[in-house]
Design a protein around this ligand. Structure first.
Ligand SMILES: O=P(O)(O)OC[C@H]1O[C@](O)(COP(=O)(O)O)[C@@H](O)[C@@H]1O
Ligand SMILES: [Mg+2]
Ligand SMILES: [Mg+2]
Length: 330
């Protein structure tokens, strides 16, 4: 089996980008160890701090953020970093060619229940000149690489450099990421959806109607049964979609009028959208293709609907129509 370095060479990935991806892979191995020690290492639970988005940081959010930040600052080819856990962009190497956006620990509410978590990353070209927040505000289409590492029963990496989407599995014996799926392909049709149903009354009318029709199963307009799954970690839900198809959505809601979207564009939606598109799927907000969004700020949030191409199209067709009625406001 080819390892990660061999696969990147075979794909003729630029040497500097390949080095950066190997740095990310090495750091994720160390994160995998930290996560695995769990309660034994005293890393579970929350800190007293909040991040810029007003969310209480878990100890592992801070630990994993520092591990990635330190490794990327030392890498030599990274110009700057944007992280869910950093208020502002972080300067790295003056001559670095790349910008890296990351969610160091996705699904961090799962950590204390020993459930799935992961790291999500996105690599953009670094523009010339001074590093500012503006340097990062590039469309997702500009990403030169995107991926995640899932710390599950096995540690797996999903990666794209624009040559399709690949899966690698960490070999616990050798500590190497080995290529275990060369051409990930999302089935265009699916009978599985993922959404946090507890927010149902807060969704916009098109999403309410779409999900209601799925839940009606064979007696509804879709005339087939649909199954539901929710891992509460985007990284786990998107991994399932890449493995066996499905539609995953965290849609617009009016639970909190100041926060109509949950997921972050730069280090959650964009990298996942590229992985999904490269595997033949689609990713949209309901009204716009995610990879075509012009970002306004690094911590921007967006609605996300992604997965099996035909099912995403069905969902989007509900958004084209005119619905009467508004979702309930609490
Ligand atoms: O609390 P909910 O509604 O289940 O939200 C789950 C969503 O929140 C997230 O956990 C946010 O990620 P973080 O853990 O990085 O904040 C997504 O991964 C996941 O899809
Ligand atoms: Mg996250
Ligand atoms: Mg996170």
């Amino acid at each position: 089996m080819q390892n990660l370095a061999q696969t990147l060479t075979a794909q003729a990935v630029n040497a500097s980008l390949a080095d950066l991806l190997l740095t990310l892979a090495d750091t994720s191995k160390a994160i995998s160890q930290a996560v695995r020690h769990g309660a034994l290492a005293g890393v579970l639970g929350a800190t007293e701090q909040e991040n810029v988005q007003g969310e209480t940081q878990k100890k592992l959010d801070v630990i994993t953020n520092d591990m990635l930040k330190d490794a990327l600052k030392a890498a030599g080819n990274v110009r700057g970093i944007a992280s869910e856990e950093e208020d502002y962009v972080v300067e790295a190497d003056k001559d670095g060619e790349y910008l890296v956006c990351f969610d160091p620990l996705d699904g961090s509410s799962n950590i204390d229940i020993n459930s799935l978590v992961g790291t999500i990353f996105s690599v953009l070209p670094a523009p010339q000149g001074e590093l500012t927040e503006q340097s990062f505000l590039q469309k997702g289409r500009n990403q030169v690489a995107a991926g995640y590492v899932l710390y599950g029963p096995s540690t797996m990496m999903a990666l794209t450099t624009g040559n399709g989407t690949q899966f690698y599995t960490l070999d616990p014996k050798t500590g190497e990421f080995l290529l275990t799926e060369e051409k990930v392909a999302i089935t265009p049709d699916t009978g599985e959806f993922a959404i946090n149903m507890s927010n149902q009354r807060f969704w916009e009318a098109p999403m309410q109607t779409y999900i209601a029709d799925l839940v009606l199963g064979k007696i509804g307009p879709r005339e087939r049964a649909f199954n539901m799954r929710w891992i509460a970690a985007m990284v786990g839900d998107v991994h399932r979609v890449l493995c066996r198809g499905g539609i995953f959505t965290y849609p617009t809601d009016n639970k909190n009028p100041n926060k109509p979207f949950k997921l972050r564009l730069m280090y959650e939606a964009n990298p996942m959208a590229l992985l999904v598109e490269q595997a033949g799927g689609k990713a949209s907000t309901g009204y716009e293709t995610i990879l075509d969004i012009e970002p306004q700020e690094i911590h921007q949030r967006v609605a996300v609907i992604l997965g099996s191409a035909n099912e995403v199209d069905v969902c989007l067709s509900y958004h084209d129509q005119d619905y009467a009625g508004e979702p309930e406001v609490e």
